[in-house]
Ligand binder design. Structure first.
Ligand code: SIN
Length: 287
C-alpha cells in the first residue's frame, strides 16, 4: 500500500507531524490569521495531498479569517442548509447540544450530490464537549486497494447516483421532490481518479449514494454495503480529538469522515467552509 510519509518533516517554518502512517498530519508553526499565510499555501496544499487531512491547533481566528484562508485554495461553496439571511453565507454552522443530537455520524465525503462536489472542507472548532465528539477520517484510495484485483476491475467500470434528499429533505423540512428539483441527483464514477495525484479512489458513501445503475436493487445494495465496509478498517483511518481553536482541512476527493455523536447532551459547535471542486472522472490511463 502506498502510504503518506510517516516521519515528521519541516517545510520552511512548518513542522508537519503525521498522525498515522496512512492518513492525517498536524501542521505546527503557522498562525492562520497572520498576513503571511499566503506564503505557506503551496506547502499546506502539498501536505494535504500527501496526508489527505491536515490539522492545526490553537487557531483562534475569526469567521472572516476562516473564509479568507479557505479562499487561498479555490472558490467557496454555499450550502443549502445555510440560513438565507446569514451575513457570511460561506460558513456552514454545525451545532448540537441538549436539543439536538449530532447527525454527522455516517461515513461520507461532503456534498457528493453536487455535479462538481467539493475539493475540500475546512472545519473550525468553536465549542467542544469536555470529552467525545472526535472526527474520524479514512483514506479512500487505501480503501480501494483493500479490494481484490478482480473486484477493483469490476467496480472501476461502474457509476453511482448521489442524492441530496437522502439526508437533507428531512433536515431542511422539504419534500424529496422539491429538493431534487433544485439539486438533481448526480451520477459519478464509483472509482474516481484524484485530479491532482491520479490515485484511484472509492467514491461512494453511506450518506448520499442511493444506488448503482445497471445492477438490480439487491445487487446494488449488496455491492454498496461491501464498498462502504472498506471504510471501517482502523489501519487506514485517523481520529482527531478537537479543542476549541482546532482546525481540520480534509480532501473530499480522497477521504471520508465520520463525526462521533457520543457527546449528547453536551454542546459541540463547529463552522465549516467548503472549497468548490471539479466533476469527478475516472481515467483508466492513470490507474
Ligand atoms: C461534517 O460532516 O462535515 C462535519 C464533521 C464534524 O462535525 O466533525
Amino acid at each position: 500500500m502506498a502510504t503518506a510519509m510517516a516521519a515528521a518533516t519541516a517545510v520552511g517554518t512548518l513542522d508537519i507531524r503525521p498522525l498515522t502512517p496512512a492518513i492525517g498530519a498536524e501542521i505546527h508553526g503557522i498562525d492562520l490569521g497572520s498576513a503571511h499565510v499566503a506564503d505557506h499555501v503551496p506547502a499546506i496544499r502539498a501536505a494535504l495531498l500527501a496526508h489527505k487531512v491536515v490539522f492545526f491547533r490553537d487557531q483562534h481566528i475569526t469567521a472572516a479569517q476562516h473564509i479568507e484562508f479557505a479562499r487561498h485554495f479555490g472558490d467557496l461553496e454555499i450550502h443549502p442548509a445555510t440560513p438565507k439571511d446569514q451575513a457570511d453565507p460561506e460558513i456552514l454552522r454545525i451545532a448540537h447540544g441538549p436539543d439536538s443530537r449530532g447527525t454527522e455520524n455516517a461515513w461520507h465525503s461532503d456534498v457528493t450530490w453536487r455535479e462538481q462536489p467539493s475539493l475540500g472542507s475546512i472545519l473550525r472548532a468553536i465549542e467542544v464537549p469536555a470529552v467525545g465528539g472526535d472526527t474520524l477520517f479514512v483514506d479512500m484510495h487505501l480503501a480501494f486497494q483493500t479490494l481484490s484485483a478482480q473486484m477493483q476491475r469490476f467496480v472501476r467500470g461502474l457509476n453511482a447516483v448521489h442524492d441530496i434528499a437522502r439526508v437533507f429533505a428531512g433536515r431542511l423540512g422539504k419534500t424529496a421532490d422539491d429538493l431534487r428539483a433544485k439539486y438533481p441527483p448526480q451520477t459519478h464514477p464509483v472509482v474516481r481518479t484524484h485530479p491532482e495525484t491520479g490515485a484511484p479512489t472509492l467514491y461512494v458513501n453511506t450518506a448520499f449514494t442511493s444506488h448503482i445503475p445497471g445492477l438490480s436493487k439487491a445487487e446494488s445494495e449488496h455491492l454498496l454495503a461491501q464498498l462502504y465496509a472498506t471504510a471501517s478498517n482502523p489501519e487506514i483511518q485517523c481520529r482527531f480529538r478537537w479543542q476549541a481553536g482546532s482546525i481540520a482541512f480534509w480532501d473530499n476527493r480522497a477521504t471520508q469522515h465520520f463525526a462521533a455523536s457520543d457527546y449528547f447532551p453536551a454542546r459541540r459547535v463547529m463552522e465549516r467552509v467548503t472549497i468548490a471542486g471539479c466533476k469527478p472522472f475516472y481515467d483508466p490511463a492513470r490507474g
